[in-house]
Design a protein around this ligand. Sequence first.
Ligand SMILES: Cc1ncc(COP(=O)(O)O)c(C=O)c1O
Length: 407
Amino acid sequence: MDATTHLLPNRRDFSGDDLIFTLNAAAQQRAATGARVINATIGALYDDQGTLVVLDTVMEQWKQLTSAEIAPYAPIGGDPAFLLNLAQRHWPSLTSLGAGVATPGGTGALALTLKNLLERGNTVLTAAPYWGPYATLAIEAGQTLTTVPYPDVHVGIDLGAWEAACRDVLDAQGRLLLWLNDPCHNPTGRSFSKADRTALMDVLRDVSSQGPVTLVLDLAYLDYARNPQEVRDALDEYAAFAAEGNVLVGACLSLSKAYTLYGARAGALVFPWTHDKALQGALITSCRGTWSNCARGPMSVLNRISKDRALQASLEQEHAQWRTLLAERATAVDAALKAEGFPGAAYDGGFFVTLDGGASPTVTGERMQAHDVFVVPMPEGLRVGICAMRAADAGRFAGAYAAAMRG
Ligand SMILES: Cc1ncc(COP(=O)(O)O)c(C=O)c1O
């Protein structure tokens, strides 16, 4: 039966294909022929043998979960202990949660912000380049995405552009929601400098006189920063900004990368610096009306580890091992690109770096495929998943990039 006529007219033109998954499949197909493929399309961490990294500390606790830690419904808004433990992973001095709910990953948290903080037809602001599903989330909410350029690595933030974008959005819709994937940005692999962060906060503070402004931090990759102290400092700066009370500050938290529990779909949307009952009520109602309750198992794993200092130390030691590997890969790619005469690859943390894609990133990406190197083209350049690439392959990678860029 042809179901298209049953579909709403505005739901008929989606292919359902995801560029990243499509390119990953193409890379895997090529590898299956025996070719020596460099697959830098993936957004999950792989070791140098090509095996998915799964944190042992986490999986050992997962395997020990009792029936009672898995089977019962969790409270609709999530287990309060889980929410506080997860928030305290980011802000250890918090003594209470504020407002917040459990969500299926950071994606669920992002979706809830659109449902509760913007009207249909509104726009959400973010920096470009951005993680592709941001646009999908906006479409699904009947909204759009507006972008401002991510700070240039040499010049820093374009304050004029950020202020103009904020004011334009506020003029048009009377409220502003900014999704900021900082620190450890996907896809640039960079973090805001302290100066850029301070400047952005100044802008947000200024424009908040025009209408309600919400800053939502999308924090997916923090455990994989080159310099963990910079992450600590950034989170403290955001907390101090939130405490000023001019701008509502929240955070999308996720166990996908932090605990390598991508498939368990666990996370939270938290607003630790407000106890607003209306906000809490709205978030819980969204949970009930969207997915009811989130999975209890991953919440129980986080609660077990949060209670036990030895487990925390063991997890931290694993994170340190993998963030060191990621930094080594970034350094190797940077050096190899410089050896080919390119500017290199800036990297502060996370799973990716972004490179100039030339006149057409799509064409450059296709040319790299001719050398069995797969990356993700974006309008602003090429996303390179160092999370799935060996440092030893950096030279061959840079050679393919150079050949592609020189046409
Ligand atoms: C920037 C960014 N935000 C949020 C997420 C959310 O991931 P999840 O829904 O698995 O927690 C991801 C995952 O790739 C991401 O890259």
